[in-house]
Design a protein around this ligand. Sequence first.
Ligand code: UT7
Length: 336
Amino acid sequence: MFNSKITGLGYYVPDNVVTNDDLSKKMDTNDAWIQERTGIKERRHVKKGDGDTTTTMGVKAAKIAIDRSGIDKNDIDFIVFATLSPDYYFPGPGVLVQRDLGIKTVGALDVRNQCSGFVYALSVADQYIKTGMYKNVLVIGSELHSHGLDMTTRGRGVSVIFGDGAGAAIVSREEDTTKGILSTHLHSEGQHAEELSLIAPGMGKRWVNDILVDNDPNDESYFPYMNGQFVFKNAVVRFSEVIIEGLKANNLEAKDIDMLVPHQANLRISQFIQKKFGLSDYQVFNNIMRYGNTTAASIPIALTEAWEMGKIKSGDLVVLAAFGSGFTWGSVIIRW
Ligand code: UT7
């Protein structure tokens, strides 16, 4: 048996900064409301025509992670790509990354677990490495939300929150099983699937043809929907549970955590978790102020920034935790 460890990290965000004031020119919202309820000051949006897509942003993040890991791109044995905003309905972006990186015909898997996507993807990579099947797995979380949001007052409860960006990690074999990813913990509760969802286009209720034929300006089914307060209440409970579950599985306690990198859903959620576990400001990494919620990209972007800032050192206990649409949630316990 082996462990897996993160040997390279990278992120990419588009240059175009969109402030809360910028949004207030498009919809009835304001900087005070957004900051007070979410902590967000600005986010990045891909400018239409700039050429960035979920895949290209993922590739840019991946190139940095590959360089930093010191492996050759052809040493990658497998690709796992997490997103809810793929370039195409099918095929998924995993194969596009294989093509765009110009690497050999390794397997490419697409993960559809929204805000928990990177945690799920990391867990998949970890299992393949633990069993000895692969040595180096490229894990990407990338999202291009901005082109699909309702940028009118009708959509303000969702649209002010989400931003674009990508993060990537190279996960490699570690022979010392006291190091690297110690365990991963995944959960779902499909009972609440529609509480945070994008229903159309889909084969279930409304396919593209229906939308085009109806051409109904009041049709909201192709915009994301979120029952914000319900999601918030579930998030704080599930974040806490899954962090405790991960710590217990490794005979660890909250006081052992050196760095918690939570999914950047809402600064209030992170602050609630910080308080519950008695962690200092330094021990919880937040960047939602600058990027908003980038869903599957949020943890790898935050983890990369924390590492770049020297906040994660060899031997540290690093905890990743996520909650989101599905509902899905999960944690990753890492001895760095
Ligand atoms: O990443 C996946 C997981 N996602 C989450 O964990 C998100 C969880 N939920 C949340 O973060 C919060 O529920 C939100 C930030 C989405 C919303 O905050 P809230 O405090 O729950 O506000 P609310 O939805 O209850 O809305 C309160 C009021 C409403 O007006 P009335 O009915 O009280 O008159 C909304 O219409 O705020 C209004 N509102 C806004 N006002 C200004 C909603 N969105 C906006 C806006 N600007 N952007």
